[in-house]
Design a binder for this molecule. Structure first.
Ligand SMILES: *Cc1c(COP(=O)(O)O)cnc(C)c1O
Length: 787
């Protein structure tokens, strides 16, 4: 009771001093801010204590261009174990907690899986009492907000800071200067507490905001040069203005490079400054710091650290190199060759000439080392960091770190045996696997309290919240009808909640008795949303031809953003929306199938979608999805996977059994063995396929004269200058997918049998906790200890 009074008193105080009103008179947004500030008052003292307990110990740092944190309020309350109390307090004030929760904007400083992984890792590390802190950019605008107008994606700026952001604290006095060839910029840190479950450890996410060193030119203003007076301010602030600025021009590319160097240099300067203040030397830097590079976006950390050590601190090159290699580790996230990051020498020379010289020196050293290891001179080009006018960030990252890891076993195997095989031969000891994971605090406890409570009730303990392998003990209920019945009731409840939300925000009615078949992930050709679209259209035509076709009603749900410059991805969105229009408006089809593409898919929407899913769509081209983490969130909420043998799907099936999932399609080795594949011939042979593929160009659908549909059709049947036709094997896998969907339909008819599959997936999802992943990073790479 006392806690509540204190909290209320604090809220009243912030209401008065921040908004000049009483709590009762605040709108929901203001109430959210005031509540968060009142909570911060109790978080901060514990945060400081947590920092003290790690002083003098080795700590780890996660450098990432993306942190897809989502909302903080509920997550913080859950980890503080205060949610119920706050809900009650608000109820006493006549306020509905859900409305306050909904007033918070997502912190959407990321694109998708890679950024969400960073967020899950921070939660897990704090919960396990490991000192792991995040470093990134405080983008003023996160990933764009998506709307559909006439079925086309339309992007709008995500001004998430507009109404204030109560969780972060500006640490102006800890600002650092980052230097570019065209001038200096000030990096100002904003710190956000990362609260572990149980609140024993509170780590820090430090995000840098770019500001001008001198923000206002008084002289210029006085001379009535008003634009000039604020030019430096605007130029500097542009650096942290938006996540992934358009890089179709050199100017855009330059801005992206500025972003990378900006946050990397600021972070390293920050660590070096603190370390020196304490130890007065950098020779032991690697003994107290482990720095993980989340993909190659922060790879410039390697030459930047060399610059600081040799040019600023005066260490010898070889000594500095030893420190660098032993400090950094690199996570590879992709097998798409075209996604391996490169920078033109020209841009580097222009913006970071000193760093470029250091990269040249690193490249020279690498070549000497390779020759000494017996690599033939003619082979050197394969490893060259600087090659053909470009700097290869992945090569720099492998050479400049002690560890390179893939993010699922299949992915790591492919790195070792194919993509990075030449590097593996030189440094086998550096390569390792760290299968991704997700935090069960957000993806089960928070987003599915109904199922969480049931699990705790059955197990007689909530130990699973911090030890997910406890779920294995649920397996003994797999044949208990009353348990499966309760599970189905909870699933139904989550479907009803989602349906109500979809009705509210999309204006669409969906039938909660239908199968909720969900594909939610970034829009990309390799993820093959198009395969599902073709399946739906084919099913539609089959239903038209045969109204008695024996199917369980299904709602096909999509959620995805397409990169603003990715024309084909946008074409796929439009195509699916056209199919939705056709299917949903056909009275003969009503009650059988429905298609919904939800707008603005993001973390807070995801929290409503995963728990309501009956089927998890993980249908990427084999060998292309490094891991996937959405697949794990579905599994944790008891949804079987229909998927290819790709990424972490392989491990999901290994844990939960192939018989409880629906695996189809070409495997990596099948694709490698394919010869003379001709999709134009192929698609005529498969019943119904030509009709749906050609619907792109035969007038069935209208793409508003954008040429999008023709371009998609060409990509499948003709190819393009940079790829062969049907590069992602949509046509080749169609029949196998359709057959797997038939198996889903048939399996669902046996309601208890279906629930059993769901249950076994849930019970075997323990491996996919990011707690397990973080424990492996901590022990096998970072060598840090719990407090
Ligand atoms: C988990 C998650 C992702 C990653 O999904 P994949 O299916 O693994 O690509 C992307 N976006 C959001 C909002 C997520 O929560």
């Amino acid at each position: 009771m006392k806690n509540k009074e204190v909290l209320l008193e604090r809220m009243e105080r912030y209401a008065l001093t921040t908004f000049g009103k009483r709590v009762d008179d605040l709108n929901n947004n203001e109430k959210y801010v005031v509540l968060a500030k009142a909570l911060m008052e109790e978080i901060v003292p514990q945060w400081l204590k947590s920092q003290e307990k790690f002083a003098g110990k080795k700590q780890a740092y996660y450098l990432s261009a993306e942190f897809l944190m989502g909302r903080a309020l509920t997550n913080n309350l859950i980890n503080m174990q205060r949610k119920k109390e706050v809900e009650e307090l608000l109820a006493e004030l006549g306020v509905d907690y859900n409305q306050i929760e909904d007033a918070e904007e997502d912190a959407a400083l990321g694109n998708g899986g890679l950024g969400r992984l960073a967020a899950c890792f921070l939660d897990s590390a704090a919960t396990l009492d490991y000192p792991l802190h995040g470093y990134g950019i405080r983008y003023q605008y996160g990933i764009f907000k998506q709307k559909f107008i006439d079925g086309f994606q339309v992007e709008e700026g995500d001004n998430w800071l507009e109404y204030g952001e109560p969780w972060s604290i500006r640490k102006g006095l800890e600002s650092v200067i980052v230097s570019f060839a065209d001038g200096d910029v000030k990096a100002v840190p904003y710190d956000t507490p990362v609260i572990g479950y149980g609140q024993k450890t509170i780590n820090t996410l430090r995000l840098w905001q770019a500001e001008a060193v001198k923000e206002f030119d008084f002289q210029a203003f006085n001379e009535q040069e008003y634009d000039l007076a604020v030019k430096a301010k605007n130029d500097a602030e542009n650096i942290s203005k938006v996540l992934y600025p358009n890089d179709s021009t050199d100017e855009g590319k330059l801005l992206r490079l500025k972003q990378q160097y900006f946050f990397v240099s600021a972070s390293l300067q920050d660590l070096v400054r603190k370390h020196k203040a304490k130890y007065n030397t950098l020779e032991n830097f690697h003994k107290l710091h482990a720095i993980q590079l989340n993909d190659t976006h922060p790879a410039v950390a390697i030459p930047e650290m060399m610059r600081i050590l040799t040019k600023v601190e005066g260490l010898e090159w070889s000594k500095a190199w030893e420190i660098v290699v032993n400090t950094f580790a690199y996570t590879n996230h992709t097998l798409l060759a075209e996604a391996l990051e490169q920078w033109s020498i020209k841009l580097y020379k222009k913006l970071l000439p000193e760093i470029y010289t250091i990269i040249e020196k690193i490249d020279g050293q690498l070549k000497k080392e390779l020759l000494a290891k017996g690599v033939e001179a003619k082979e050197l080009d394969k490893y060259a960091i600087i090659h053909n006018g470009n700097i290869k960030m992945a090569w720099l990252s492998i050479y400049g770190t002690k560890s390179t890891n893939g993010v699922a076993q299949l992915h790591t195997n492919l790195l070792i045996n194919q993509e990075l095989n030449h590097w593996y031969k030189i440094y086998p000891e550096r390569f390792n696997n760290k299968t991704n994971g997700i935090t069960q605090r957000r993806w089960l406890l928070q987003s599915n309290p109904e199922l969480s409570n049931f699990i705790t009730e059955l197990l007689g303990s909530d130990a699973w919240i911090t030890n997910l392998t406890e779920l294995k003990k649920l397996e003994k209920f797999a044949d208990d009808q009353s348990v499966l019945q309760r599970f189905m009731e909870i699933k139904k409840m989550k479907k009803e909640q989602l349906a109500a939300y979809i009705k509210r925000v999309e204006g669409i009615d969906i039938d909660t008795n239908s199968i909720f078949d969900i594909q939610i992930k970034r829009l990309h050709e390799y993820k093959r949303q198009l395969l599902k679209a073709f399946y739906i259209l084919d099913l539609y035509y089959r239903l038209k031809e045969n109204p008695d076709l024996d199917i369980i009603p299904r709602t096909f749900i999509f959620g995805a953003k397409a990169a603003p410059g990715y024309f084909r991805a946008k074409g796929i969105i439009k195509f699916i929306n056209e199919i939705a229009k056709l299917v949903n408006n056909d009275k003969e089809i009503s009650g059988k199938i429905k298609v919904v593409f939800v707008q603005n898919y993001r973390v807070s929407y995801a929290e409503k979608l995963f728990p309501a899913a009956d089927v998890s769509e993980q249908i990427s081209t084999a060998g292309k999805e490094a891991s996937g983490t959405g697949n794990m969130k579905f599994m944790l909420n008891g949804a079987p996977t229909i998927g290819t043998y790709d990424g972490a799907n392989v491990e999901i099936v290994e844990e939960a059994g192939e018989e409880n999932n629906f695996i189809f399609g070409l495997r990596v080795e099948d694709i490698a063995a394919l010869k003379d594949y001709n999709p134009k011939e192929e698609y005529k042979k498969i019943k119904g396929l030509q009709r749906v593929v050609d619907s792109l160009v035969d007038g069935t659908f209208d793409d508003g004269k954008t040429g999008m549909f023709k371009e998609l059709h060409d990509a499948l049947l003709i190819g393009a200058s940079w790829h062969k036709p049907d590069h992602y094997y949509v046509i080749k896998d169609f029949e196998s997918y359709r057959e797997a969907q038939q198996r889903v339909n048939d399996a669902y008819k046996d309601r208890l049998g279906w629930a059993r599959k769901c249950w076994i997936n849930l019970a075997n999802s323990g491996k996919f906790s990011s707690d397990r992943t973080i424990d492996q990073y901590a022990k096998e790479i970072w060598e840090i200890e719990k407090a």
